[in-house]
Each structure stands twice: as C-alpha cells, then as structure tokens.
Design a protein around this ligand. Sequence first.
Ligand code: NAD
Ligand code: TDX
Length: 337
Amino acid sequence: MTILVTGGSGFIGSNFILYWMKKYPADEVINLDKLTYAGNPENLKSVENEKNYKFVRGDICNRELVDKLMKDADIVCHFAAESHVDRSIKKPSAFMETNIIGTHVLLESALKNKVKKFHHISTDEVFGSLELDDKSKFSEETAYNPRSPYAASKAASDHLVRTYFHTYGLPITITNCSNNFGPFQYPEKLIPLVVTNLLEGKKVPVYGDGQNIRDWLYVEDHCKAIDLVLHEGQIGETYCVGGLTCDMSNLGIVKKILRILGKDESFITFVKDRPGHDRKYAVDWSKIKNELGWEPVADFDILLEKTVNWYQKNEDWWKRLKSETFQKYYKEQYSDI
Ligand code: NAD
Ligand code: TDX
C-alpha cells in the first residue's frame, strides 16, 4: 500500500512517518512537503535512504504536482498546514492559501484519482474557547466557533473535507486533536520554546496571566489515534482526540518545566497577551475510545520530562532552528522582553 503524507517534515508529520514506517515496513511512504520554516528534513534522517520512503519537496497548492503524486497513492494522510496561531495573527494570507486552497487541491485530486481514503488532520481550535470555570468539553457535536485566523482556516478546511464526502462520496475521515507535545516540535510553540529558552539561560514569555488552559497530548498517542482511524474509522466520520491533563494552566506547565530543569521562577516573564487568546480547551475523546478503543497511554508528567530530556540531548537540532531568522521573529513577537 502507498500512503501519501503531506507535511511529513513538520512536527507531527515526521513523528507519524517514523511511527508508520516502523509499524508497517511493507508500505510505501511518499512525503510531500514544501519545507517552509517549519519543515525539517533532519527529522526524517533515520529513514531518508529507505527504499520505501520518497521525499518530494513541493506545495500542496501545486495541482500538477499533487495530481502526479496522487496517481500512486492508495491513501492520503493530510498534515500540511501553517500551524502557529501567533503567525496567523500577524500574517494570515499563507494560512488561507495552504490550509484552505491547499486542502481543496488535494481533495479534488484525491477524488479524480479515486483514493481509497483521505484522512484530514485537524485541531480542537475550530471549536473556539471555553470559560475557565466551564466543565464542559469539546466533542464531535460541538458547533464550530473559530476565533483566530489559524482556527478559521482549519475550520474551513474541515468543512471542505466533509463536503467532498457528502457531495462527491470521497471516503474521508477527520481527527480534531488537542495540543501535541514531544520530539521535533518547532521551538516557536509553548513547550519547546520554554525548554530551549531555559537551556539557553533565557527568560520564558508567558502570555497574559498564564491561566489559559490547553488539553495536552503526547505526539505518539496522536499518531496511534490516526493509525486506528485510518484502519478502522468509519468513512465520513470525525473523531475528537485529546489528552489526560485536567485543567492544566500554561503557568502550571512552565513551572513543571522549571522544576525538571532545576530553575527558579525568576525566569518567568509575563508578556502582553495574544489578541483574542482562547481561554480554555478541553476535549471529550469518548467517541474514539468507545468505537475504536483508543486512549492516551501515559502520564503527562512522565512524558513532559521525557520531552525535556529529548531537547537536552538534541541541542544541535534546535540550535540550528533558533537561527537568525528565528531571532528576527522572536524580537518582533516578544518586543516587551
Ligand atoms: P508544523 O508547522 O510543525 O508542520 C507543518 C508542515 O507542513 C511543515 O513541514 C511544512 O513545511 C509543511 N507545509 C506547510 N505549508 C505547506 C504547503 N503549502 N505544501 C506542503 N507542505 C507544507 O505543524 P504540526 O504541528 O506538525 O501540525 C501538523 C498538522 O496537525 C496541522 O494540520 C495542524 O493544524 C494539526 N494539528 C496540530 C496540533 C499541534 O499541537 N501541533 C494539534 C492539532 C492539530
Ligand atoms: O510564548 C508563548 N507564551 C505563551 O504563554 C507561546 C508561544 C504560547 N503561550 C501560550 C498560548 C497558548 O495558550 O501557551 C499556550 C500554547 O500555545 P502554542 O504552543 O502556541 O499552541 P496553541 O496556540 O494552543 O496551538 C497549538 O495547539 C493546537 C498548535 O500550535 C496548533 O497548531 C494546534 O492546532
């Protein structure tokens, strides 16, 4: 079987390719990635010379290229996206291009080439924001209410994917997952930014009052959920995927990382809040548990420490990423520290 993975050189995509090639060594994997600032071929160094792995540098908006690759694909696993909320606030256009137009190009081509399955990776951010004291959770029934350009572009892509099922019968599935963490995450996102800043002896920026809550999932658990949905998910269905953290604030996470690295709280700097900052996410993953038997396997604290250790051991990997271009972004984004 041949699986076409889009965005396979990014954080979750590369973890997924490594997971898939280990578990299904007989499958052919094609990775279509534009290698934006977030795409990094180094993540896949361990498989780049394997006969059943093929890397193609290209844009999912390029119809001709997508059509050519789609001809060989049995299934598509679509990760490629602009993924950082802060960048979407500063420059939304690329998010509309890749996340909406790019997804549409893939859908048209998948239909034309009669792929057996099209799996779309999405986010819990499409559901909007909960209040801190709200005990409810996002589920497959929750109405969409995106509040950032990133979330709106992902919401639009989800709608397009469903449209291709209802209107044209394309065999699709969707997962809406909460915040991932683990190896190979670009150091613009909260956990790798905090860890790498501390390893460099720098302060860590916390937006607003630090009380915002996210639902955290280890990236390998996300890969397992996608694997299950690809193999056993019902065509046309959406599955929400989330973690085991219960109301864990950003400040709480930063303090855990400080403890793991033996640093005190003087490294915390409160900075101006993200515009439209979603207050809380919480995901009800009972559908995928009840129907497919998926659940996250391990404890957040253990996995957080494992992740911190990975960044400690892989300094070369993240130091290269925190280069001049990153410093320019950092200065603009965090002008008050
Ligand atoms: P990432 O930013 O680390 O990686 C994105 C990858 O897509 C990069 O390799 C980049 O080069 C590639 N890409 C971007 N534009 C492209 C284009 N036009 N054509 C081809 N390739 C392109 O993102 P991530 O965190 O790995 O997220 C992957 C997917 O999972 C995204 O769809 C995101 O919305 C979704 N998601 C992420 C999280 C999370 O916590 N990171 C949670 C839920 C869902
Ligand atoms: O410097 C920071 N300080 C800070 O307080 C950064 C970068 C973030 N934060 C806060 C904002 C959020 O409340 O930490 C929380 C997590 O921020 P991000 O790591 O930027 O993730 P988030 O905005 O929640 O979105 C992530 O999860 C859902 C991914 O980037 C998305 O791609 C995914 O869909």
